[in-house]
Design a protein around this ligand. Structure first.
Ligand code: IVH
Length: 718
């Protein structure tokens, strides 16, 4: 909002007109942020407030409604907000090299192309490859006239107003500069500024940014240069486009000129001749990488002499005279600040390394999973030593972190030389950090070995487990309630206000009712707002009826994933049947127990876990309260309702000759049959191939219809 907000009723017509103009621009900017790649930088509530103010002013001054008013326009990003700039010279990209051999080849190819003997007479510059955005800045008669992004290399976006906010970039060049100058280089955000910005976002409860590069890109695409100005972008000059006159005849010389003209240039730039020196400079930069205040992803080598560059020329999109030597996959050194314990839905205590923030492959890493007590020790699942030398991990250790794709970062190794003298072996806790209950490692009954997981024994008493249950409950493959993500669950779970708190699944569905009777309104709370609250209630109501398999999955029964939940839904058909059968299955090896175990894909451990869940009265309380609010829909019998095997239970036994077992099962299921793994009174058909044994005997004993594979195929009409 403006510094001084005038009440709508007090606005003069002129003030109202100006205010509507401001609101239209500001709301459009937020729409663009919301719909574009970048994250919104205000809360829903703030956004709602802007819209409300716009509506209120329009209600008072209907004649002032703008054609581009946010009340008229649908919230889509205006396409091509920035005007286009055609580059006077195309902005090219670089070839990549990955190994020392590639670098040797590159150098050799330069000599070969020029028809020269590789005698070390050609000099190369070597400088960090900055992970930012390339920018072309044009000066006419020594005044900055345009700044453009690379775009597709031929045409970019005109971001002049935003570039003018970067103090490091001179707006005027000295008198000896040529009449036309295009300086090219990289706009970037310093890591320290990025971390500070994220800390601020976090303090304000806003979403944090992913990495400095994306943040820099987003900052440049702001329609309001004031926002760009607040983001503290920086610049390194390293190349050029059109030049009325060349002020130097080498790459090195050009960079020196840029420096003299007032541009920042990278201090790690060197001029070298031998491949050995080039590679050793690359290694040196690699070692410094983590300590630099900006992200780099390699080292760029360029032939120094511009006349040689001109002779070497270009391939289609990249110069023959340059290459980027990339750093290997996404590893970095950082420090383990602490080892924290997280308590999961099933009570598993998972140790997490809190790392000194570091960007690995362009993404900020602050945590790495440590899996379990053995892993911290340096011992793998099979009892083997892990990490190259099996070092244990301690608080205070310097470690090598690797991030592969989007998976959780891992600690590859410990740098023992950097271990502080006071660092002690990590002692895994024996109590839950959240509820104080005993935390134990179960012993595997069969192998007699200790389980790798240490588990809190607190169950629902443990608020961490309860909260994780809730997060599981709303997750994508469970209830999938839009607007109720992890952050919101944290908020509602931690809230003490009876009109706001959500401690178990049922509370989600009573929220609206509790809100209607309360004075603490959700929409007045930072991060919510009128529109998002309405949408949240709609999303909640949309789940008052839900498929049985999703419902079962959402219960968060240990070992019951989506597939098992589907099997259960299909087998039991309705929640009532399922719950009754599970209670009946308490009597081990009775009929209900056998039926549960007979489901193909459900083994004894899973079966026991489900029965255990239904034995626990606290679980039943939670589920029954939920059932007051939500109706699980009976599982659809089958897609083909009129097949002769719809709803029937089939057991395949012996070897099948016309199909694999999986195929036969899939086919039967597609016709609506349930495929079981063992024969019981509930079995309708047993399809027996050669070599069938005890299951066939049992079928005969129980009088179940037995068919050959051919009979079966005929029966189902294949
Ligand atoms: S030279 C004709 N030098 O890398 C070659 N590029 O993959 C002009 N980059 O789009 C580029 N640091 O954004 C050069 N020191 C550096 C660089 C650098 C980063 C980026 C630049 C370019 C991309 C090419």
């Amino acid at each position: 909002m403006a510094d001084k907000v005038i009440a709508v009723d007090d606005l003069s017509e002129d003030e109202a007109r100006a205010e509507l103009e401001r609101l239209a621009a500001e709301i459009a900017r937020h729409d663009a942020l919301y719909h574009g790649k970048d994250r919104p930088d205000i809360s829903d509530a703030e956004y709602d407030a802007l819209k409300r103010r716009n509506d209120d002013i329009e209600a008072r001054f209907p004649m002032l409604v703008r054609t581009d008013s946010p009340s008229v326009r649908v919230g889509a990003a205006p396409a091509g907000v920035f005007s286009q700039v055609t580059h006077a010279r195309p902005m090219l990209s670089l070839d990549n090299t990955f190994s020392d051999e590639d670098v040797q080849d590159f150098v050799a190819s330069v000599y070969r192309f020029l028809g020269q003997f590789p005698d070390g007479s050609i000099a190369f510059t070597a400088e960090p490859k900055i992970d930012g955005l390339s920018m072309s800045i044009r000066y006419e008669n020594r005044r900055l006239v345009t700044a453009a992004t690379r775009g597709d290399g031929t045409t970019g976006e005109n971001v002049t107003a935003n570039i003018l906010t970067i103090k490091e970039i001179p707006t005027e060049l000295p008198a000896d500069a040529p009449d036309i100058v295009e300086v090219r280089g990289e706009v970037y955000m310093a890591k320290s500024d990025f971390f500070a910005l994220n800390a601020q976002m976090e303090a304000e409860g806003k979403q944090t940014y992913v990495n400095p590069r994306n943040t820099a890109a987003g900052s440049l695409r702001q329609l309001d240069p004031k926002v760009t100005a607040s983001r503290k972008l920086k610049f390194f000059a390293y190349a050029w486009g059109e030049m009325a006159d060349m002020p130097a005849d080498t790459q090195w010389g050009m960079v020196e000129v840029f420096k003299r003209w007032g541009f920042p240039v990278n201090p790690l730039t060197r001029r070298l001749t031998s491949v050995e020196n080039i590679i050793s400079h690359y290694r040196e930069i690699g070692l410094k990488r983590a300590d630099l205040d900006y992200d780099i992803d390699g080292v760029v080598y360029k032939v120094d002499r511009l006349d040689l560059q001109a002779r070497l020329g270009f391939r289609s999109r990249s110069p023959r005279w340059a290459t980027a030597h990339k750093f290997p996959a996404e590893q970095a050194f950082t420090k383990v600040e602490a080892i924290d314990i997280q308590v999961g839905r099933t009570g598993a205590l998972t140790p997490v390394a809190r790392l000194e923030p570091i960007t690995v492959g362009g993404v900020v890493v602050t945590n790495a999973t440590l899996h379990n007590a053995d892993y911290i020790e340096g011992i793998g699942n099979g009892g083997e030593r892990i990490r190259p030398e099996g070092h244990d991990i301690r608080e205070g250790d310097t470690v090598i972190v690797q991030r592969a794709g989007d998976v959780i970062p891992q600690i590859l190794d410990v740098v023992l030389e950097k271990r502080p003298v006071e660092a002690v072996k990590y002692a895994f806790r024996t109590t839950c950090p959240v509820c104080g209950s005993h935390a134990v490692r179960e012993r595997n009954e069969k192998t007699g070995k200790l389980d790798s997981v240490t588990r809190c024994t607190g169950g629902f008493v443990c608020s961490a487990q309860a909260k994780e249950h809730l997060k599981h409950f709303v997750s994508r493959n469970a209830f999938d309630i839009e607007g109720l993500g992890m952050k919101q669950v944290d908020f509602f779970f931690d809230n003490e206000d009876p009109a706001l708190m959500i401690r178990t699944a049922a509370d989600i569905f009573t929220l609206k009712r509790r809100q209607e009777q309360s004075l603490t309104k959700l929409e007045n709370i930072e991060g919510f707002g009128r529109v998002s609250v309405r949408k949240l209630y709609e999303a909640i109501d949309a789940r008052r009826e839900i498929a049985l398999n999703r419902f079962i999955f959402a219960l968060g029964i240990r070992h019951v994933g989506e597939t098992t939940a589907k099997l259960l839904a299909k087998t039991y058909g309705s929640y009532k049947n399922f719950a009754e059968a599970m209670r009946a299955a308490e009597a081990k090896f009775g009929e209900a127990w056998n039926e549960l175990n007979g489901i193909d894909g459900i083994g004894e451990v899973v079966a026991a876990s489900i029965v255990e869940f239904f034995k626990e009265t606290r679980n039943l309380d939670v589920v029954n309260r939920l059932l007051d609010e939500v109706t699980p829909l009976d599982a659809e019998a089958a897609s083909t309702g009129n097949s002769p095997v719809t709803g029937k239970t089939v057991v395949f036994t012996g070897s099948l000759e016309r199909f694999t077992r999986d195929e036969a099962k899939a086919r039967a299921e597609s016709l609506g049959a349930k495929v079981a793994g063992s024969v019981s009174k509930k079995t309708d058909y047993v399809v027996a191939g050669p070599g069938a044994g005890s299951k066939l005997d049992k079928a005969r004993e129980l009088g179940v219809t037995v068919m050959s594979e051919d009979d079966w195929l005929e029966f189902i009409g294949s």
